[in-house]
Design a protein around this ligand. Sequence first.
Ligand code: GLY
Length: 339
Amino acid sequence: MKHFSFKFSSSSTDYFFAYSFSNLKKIVDLQNAVLITDENVFRHHEKRFKNRDVIVLKAGEEYKVQETVDSVIEQLIEMEADRKTILIGVGGGVVTDITGYVASVFMRGLKFGFVPTTVLAMVDASIGGKNGIDVGVYKNLVGTIRQPSFILHDTVFLNSLPETEWVNGFAEIIKHACIKDAAMFQELEKKSLKKYQVRKKSVCELIQRNAILKTKVVQRDEFENGERRLLNFGHTLGHALENQYELSHGQAISIGMAYACHISERLTGFKDTARVVHLLDKYGLPTYASFDKQKVFDVLKMDKKRERKEMNYVMLEKIGKGTVQKISLKNLEQIISGI
Ligand code: GLY
């Protein structure tokens, strides 16, 4: 059991690692809390929600939309939520995004906390304060940046995690290794998903290492003017693919990372594309896919990292060292078409 407090620009977040969900009552006054979860988590862990105010969302990225936000707000009104209510998102990235976003706009802002239940949400989605919704094929187009009051990890939730969700989470872990942590990249090369799954201690350590890695990047650049952009490695193309081809987030960013390695070869002289592709493959992630490049490029152009005719694209200089470089849309289109 570990407790850390991390300061951000206008608030701080308490992290409770390897903490039991039943200890939530020691962190917040549950009489004033509304728990938000999805039907999968609720089905597997119903007893953990007993005697609490709970909103259960439909599961899936397709529900990370305004309609779900409206429905949560209507339920909060029915529950007579007020400005003292704290919202607690218990689930994966869709649940944490919807919870954080609703908490930021309902009554102009309620406190909120997260209990991430997937590897992806533990190492990425619950951290950083960006919470929002998709609009059509455009991922996270609408949202806010506001930090949760607390994040609690209880690995009991990983027991009910399907294999596809493990793989999804490892895509973000490999991303962190690529941009910031060459030693972790080597560790991932030596181990395997199976080895992490059977050794709770090693998966806990890996998850904590990744949660802290991301947190420190966000602390240094909360509003994404510099270093935080590195966390978008694989995401520019990945987001353009994700909702058009109904890929999971992990699969989409994995393809995005493979392509970003090729783009890096041209722009930074990166030499280890084969190692990255091999690692993604080893963890069950796709790297190359045939897709309608024009259609995907049209969506990619709407990315938040575009500045007029140029894009800030995350590339690798070497394993463990990401860099952001400007690339013209024309050049980017030519390179992507040629891969
Ligand atoms: N919620 C994910 C992030 O802020 O990056």
